[in-house]
Design a protein around this ligand. Sequence first.
Ligand code: FES
Length: 134
Amino acid sequence: MYNQKVLDAFAHPQNVGEIENPDGEGTVGNATCGDIMRITLRIENDVIVDAKFQTFGCAAAIATSSTATQMVIGMTVDEALKLTNARVVEELEGLPPQKIHCSVLAEEAIKKAIEDYRAKQQNIQLDKTKIDYV
Ligand code: FES
């Protein structure tokens, strides 16, 4: 079902965990299956210097989260906002069609974490308990 690159990313995920006192954090749920992902970011001068994820999800969700966090480290927040799930799937050399929806979690969690970062810069507190289903 999965190619070797996806299996490797699932078996050896990078950036698992949580950044303490993150500059941005976002939690999203998958409307299709109910799985949940949380991303925390460390951002310095608008550049993502660290990203970590926690996923209650399937192998595809874990592989895409691992890959997406690796991809955004070193990007500016504007660049990271342009990262699509399709680009992450391409980096993994494909996912089975029925697992494409799993890759949406990482893209949306990163966007939500950046939204939180930008809100914090304006001293706006977002509701951290709210889970957006995407
Ligand atoms: Fe839920 Fe993959 S089945 S994220």
